[in-house]
Structure formats: C-alpha cells, structure tokens
Design a protein around this ligand. Structure first.
Ligand code: AMP
Length: 130
C-alpha cells in the first residue's frame, strides 16, 4: 500500500521495528541520529538503507519536525556510510521514494544507497514504468 507523506506515524512499521530491534537487520552504521542496514531485497551489489532514528514519515515530515541536529546528523550519516563502504571513488547513487507516485512502501523516511556497479539511467523509461 503506497504511503502518504504526512499524517500520523505508524509505530508498527517495519523500520520502526528494526529500530527497536524487534526484528533483525544487518546494520552497517549507527549513531545518535541514524542507523543504516542492508536492504533485504538488494537491487545493486551494495544496497543500504539509511534511516533517521526519529519517527518521521517523509522528507516533509522530517524537515517540519526534526531538529537541525537530527537533519544534519542524518545526511552526514548517509555520506559516512558511502565513504566507509568505499563508494566515494567509484561513485554511488542515493534515492528516496516519497509518497504514492514514487512507490514509497515503508512509512518511515529512508534513503537508499546503491553502489558496486554502473547505475545506468536515472529513471526507468516511461515504457518500463507503465
Ligand atoms: P521504499 O519502496 O522506498 O519504501 O523501499 C522500502 C525498502 O525496504 C525496499 O527496498 C525493501 O526491500 C526494504 N525492506 C523491507 N523490509 C525490510 C527488512 N525487514 N529489512 C531490510 N529491508 C527491508
């Protein structure tokens, strides 16, 4: 079911449960503001999800409610994970799906970090996405 960008945060969503360690994840990074873990269905040789620790659905929700320290800490975490996984030199892609048109499935803000191969076109062609 696609996510709407704002509204009440669902504390039972899968990433909230990963944050509470109710279900396992393969963490590669954590600090006071963010955690990062392997995507369960990787779409590239490296496919990491970076999420803020706080209960934010979308970028709109995050930037409206989070502190400046949380926002800075989250985006620094994305860059740190890319650097620590040696993706700076070859390059990598970050992507964040927001709401229905983007196909966001989990209602907790997350950035996908892809690496390990040439990523190809930025978006699927309109033919493929129909
Ligand atoms: P999105 O479509 O942007 O909301 O992406 C959600 C992502 O979460 C997908 O790439 C899923 O493969 C991933 N995902 C779902 N459940 C888990 C899980 N338990 N552990 C790690 N990744 C997950």
């Amino acid at each position: 079911m696609p996510v709407k960008g704002l509204g009440d945060y669902d504390t039972t969503n899968i990433f909230a449960r990963i944050l509470r360690q109710e279900i396992p994840s393969r963490r590669v990074f954590e600090n006071e503001h963010a955690i990062a873990f392997h995507d369960i269905a990787p779409q590239a040789p490296v496919h990491i999800l970076v999420i803020p620790r706080g209960p934010y659905i979308s970028l709109a929700d995050f930037t409206a409610k989070a502190t400046d320290a949380e926002i800075a800490g989250f985006f620094r975490a994305v860059a740190t994970v890319a650097r620590d996984l040696h993706l700076e030199a070859p390059g990598y892609r970050i992507l964040s799906n927001m709401g229905e048109h983007a196909g966001q499935e989990v209602p907790h803000l997350h950035v996908h970090l892809f690496g390990g191969r040439v990523m190809g076109p930025m978006l699927a062609s309109s033919e493929e996405s129909r």
